[in-house]
Design a protein around this ligand. Structure first.
Ligand code: SF4
Length: 356
């Protein structure tokens, strides 16, 4: 049965039967440090009898979050270093992030912005700040793409989003607006015709990137919400985080990517989990990640292959870190591995192309 409201405290979680009430006092300490929210749609996907439930692991607080590792950081991808005005992160020359809100429909336990999202994160950008951020975008003709991120931009009202889309539509050099969101999966009812119309308010190319990490999140309702966007001419991409005990095996990850493609969402990024505080229990190593991603190649369609990426800690940008198929043999000859791990010699001509 679908609950009526978003669960926001350990008491709510205990009342809904998602945690034992004996854990409530301990988990209050986690909730005091990092925001908690789980929508009725996501709560309904949890099997409370399964202590390793992959949906629960993403959204239910855990005492392990209070143990921050020495290499973890409050701002793991260096947003603050690249923020010239409130609401803008400008890391790459042709695109900016515009963060309209610090609020999300659900709070992910591995969030890379967990120190800035949530009720204590400052809410929505004020109108003065929004004016400043739009002014910054308008003043830089090099900004080709604006990415609405946050927080979750689709938590905002259609009226507010329409106003932002209209303002971006009036900036000639902005050609693409991309939104990063979890809403179509965690709160599909928010994708109303009015919301779709708001996103279509400008004549720019609009893309929506859906964040989901487990195939169970692509419910019939989530797929229908995505269809409302796609049928309106808004292409969708996926982004997922590789997470220990959630999707770090080839079967689950492959099913997730296939579920995206079946929903007409092109798999885009698979993120290595960032060094956010208190998230070590959910993080894999890069070596483990390469093995899982490598196991997809040759086994599921090329359409289903995401790019495995690492945001270099400290704000140095994002790079692909998937498996490499080129190597040198004993005699120095260049080799290429096939999807099943068998090496094959490259011809001298192919090798010089690789080297060049
Ligand atoms: S939806 Fe995104 S910004 Fe919000 S808590 Fe999850 S990862 Fe963080």
């Amino acid at each position: 049965m679908l609950l009526e409201k978003t669960l926001r405290t350990p008491a709510d979680l205990a009342e809904a039967g998602l945690i034992a009430s004996s854990r409530q006092t301990d988990l209050d300490k986690v909730a005091a440090r990092y925001a908690v929210a789980i929508t009725p749609t996501s709560a309904a996907l949890i099997d409370p009898a399964d202590p390793a439930d992959p949906i629960a692991r993403q959204f239910l607080p855990d005492m392990a979050e209070l143990a921050a590792g020495v290499d973890e950081m409050a701002d793991p991808i260096g947003d603050g270093l690249h923020s010239p005005v409130p609401g803008i992160v400008h890391r790459y020359p042709d695109r900016v992030l515009l963060m309209l809100t610090h609020t999300c429909a659900t709070y992910c336990r591995f969030c890379f912005r967990r120190e800035t999202v949530g009720p204590s994160g400052g809410g929505n950008l004020s109108s003065v700040e929004l004016e400043g951020a739009l002014g910054y975008i308008a003043a830089d003709p090099g900004v080709w793409e604006v990415i609405l991120s946050g927080g979750d931009p689709l938590i905002l009202s259609p009226r507010r989003l329409a106003a932002v889309m209209e303002a971006l539509g009036a900036i000639d050099h902005v050609k693409v607006v991309r939104l990063h969101t979890r809403v179509p999966a965690v709160d599909p009812a928010r994708i109303t015709p009015e919301m779709v119309r708001a996103l279509k308010r400008s004549a720019k190319a609009v893309y929506v990137a859906l964040h989901a990490n487990h195939p169970r999140e692509l419910t019939a309702q989530a797929r229908a919400a995505c269809a409302r966007l796609i049928d309106a001419g808004i292409p969708m991409l996926s982004q997922s985080v590789l997470l220990r005990g959630i999707n770090d095996d080839p079967g689950t990850l492959g099913d997730l990517m296939r579920a995206f493609v079946e929903t007409r969402i092109k798999p885009y990024y698979l993120h290595q989990a960032d060094l956010a505080p208190g998230t070590a229990h959910l993080r894999t190593s890069l070596e483990e990640g390469q093995a899982v991603v490598g196991a997809l190649r040759g086994h599921i369609s090329g359409l289903c292959q995401p790019t495995y990426v690492l945001d270099i800690p400290g704000g140095h940008g994002k790079v692909p870190v998937g498996p490499c198929y080129l190597s040198a043999g004993k005699d120095g000859q260049a080799l290429v591995s096939d999807p099943w791990g068998q090496p094959h010699a490259l011809s001298p001509q192919q090798n010089s192309r690789v080297a060049g």
